[in-house]
Design a protein around this ligand. Structure first.
Ligand code: PA5
Length: 450
């Protein structure tokens, strides 16, 4: 069964086939750097072999913890931000569809996410939603010191302690963090929380298939064995440097060719609302990996057909620097037939008896043709269905492709030096100990801005 198929046929107008084959030498070199760990940032390429080198003992502890949480909690809050949030959120939506957490016959807890903003309103609403329900939390932070999750953790921990007392609260806190360092590790050791590890060799945006993503996904009812099987199948399928065989590398190489032709913005698109967070996860993966040294494709996302009614005009006729990558689910889990009506007041008679997925597919086809005609290159990653196996493979597809894309563009795809600049200013403005000198400097500059 073909679970994922990459199709770049509509690119004929923009890229000659020989341009792709001419990338082979560079792709081979980048593949070699990645797999031999000779490239920049190679300390963080642990995701490449994670499908076979994951911690099996921890994996079964994750399943046990998830089972316990599913039995003793009506609400589960995963606390984290960036790479410690987006993968789990993306996978929960992808697998449980749009309202999975809210379904009437839902067996496990309602899964919520916190610590992904500094909004007091958002956290207030989470507290209200929890109310007096039984709940557990999973605080996820590799550094253990990130401001947003640390604040949310403090607030939710206080609620746990008020409800259950300190000892029982500690049994309802699951900490996913560095194996040796950081404030969360220190607190977790002191309080006896069950601990899971963010592996050293895996950066936040590549960490969804570690405990970072696996515990929330398992609590949400995802079959993490099948997810890992799909991830391993990705490692098998996308392990050849040969561009004619490796579709993930075809995607990486074509992105690079398009970028060099002036297509600087990539829009990741879907036709299923439950894939919205796939776009959010991918934006971090691509943006944080590639946007450095004043280079890189700007990653954006759109949800179709919704955004065809908002962004569609720009994509069709605006500045020509966009290209699109569609993730298309070929066999959606459900379908609905468009009913007949005796009159035709809404003018939909021509669709009576047709299925919604058929209509969605025609929308996709119409868009590919229109946007290509309008000068926008379109590629499609067809995914057979929305299940764990397919998702595991898709995650591998994107991770390996973005790693190689970064090397093709001559940057280190595994660091993120640029994310510290605003934090230093924020800490200085908030008067964090250790930032006294910066506080004086930024106070002098504040009036230039506000
Ligand atoms: O990819 C990254 O490094 C970031 O997005 C981090 O994942 C994010 O800042 C959260 O960091 P931490 O897990 O240390 O709390």
């Amino acid at each position: 069964m073909t679970t994922i198929k990459f199709d770049y046929s509509p690119l004929k107008k923009f890229v000659h086939e020989n341009e792709l084959s001419e990338m082979q030498q560079m792709v081979t070199a980048c593949d070699n750097e990645l797999r031999q760990k000779t490239g920049a940032g190679s300390d963080f390429t642990g995701f490449v072999d994670l499908p076979i080198e994951y911690d099996k003992e921890e994996f079964s502890r994750i399943k046990k913890a998830a089972e316990k949480i599913r039995n003793d909690s009506e609400v589960f809050v995963a606390i984290g931000i960036g790479g410690s949030y987006l993968g789990a959120r993306m996978a929960c939506d992808f697998l449980n569809l749009n309202f999975g957490s809210w379904q009437k016959d839902r067996k496990g807890p309602l899964v919520l996410f916190a610590g992904n903003s500094i909004s007091g309103t958002y956290l207030h609403e989470i507290l209200e939603l929890i109310g007096d329900k039984d709940f557990s939390i999973n605080v996820i932070s590799k550094s253990g010191t990130t401001t947003e999750p640390s604040i949310a953790f403090r607030v939710l921990k206080q609620k746990l302690v008020e409800k259950y007392g300190k000892d029982e609260a500690a049994k309802r806190i699951y900490a996913t963090t560095d194996k040796a360092r950081g404030a969360l590790k220190t607190e977790s050791d002191a309080q006896g929380y069950e601990e899971f590890v963010v592996p050293d060799a895996i950066g936040g945006r590549y960490s969804v298939m570690s405990a970072v993503g696996l515990l929330p996904i398992a609590v949400a009812g995802g079959d993490i064995d099948k997810l890992m099987d799909g991830f391993a199948a990705g490692r098998d399928d996308y392990n050849s440097p040969d561009l004619s065989k490796n579709e993930a590398y075809q995607y990486a190489a074509l992105r690079n060719i398009l970028m060099r032709k002036g297509y600087d913005v990539e829009i990741l698109e879907n036709y299923e609302p439950s894939l919205q967070y796939l776009g959010e996860w991918w934006k971090q993966l691509a943006g944080e990996s590639e946007g450095k040294d004043q280079k890189g494709i700007y990653p954006s996302s759109a949800n179709f057909s919704t955004d065809l009614h908002s962004l569609g005009q720009y994509i069709q006729e605006g500045r020509r620097f966009l290209f699109e990558t569609v993730v298309m689910v070929d066999n959606p889990r459900y379908d609905i037939e468009i009913p007949a009506e005796s009159d035709d007041l809404d003018g939909l008679k021509y669709l009576e008896g047709k299925k919604m997925n058929y209509v969605n597919e025609q929308a996709y086809r119409g868009v590919v043709i229109a946007h290509t005609d309008g000068g926008v290159p379109v590629m499609t990653i067809h995914v057979d269905q929305q299940d764990e196996y397919t998702l595991g493979k898709l995650i591998y597809f994107f991770e390996i492709a973005i790693g190689v894309s970064g090397y093709l563009n001559g940057i280190n795809p595994f660091n993120q030096p640029g994310v510290e600049a605003y934090k230093n200013n924020m800490f200085a403005l908030l008067g964090k100990p250790g930032f006294e000198k910066q506080t004086d400097e930024i106070k002098k500059r504040e009036s230039d801005f506000f």
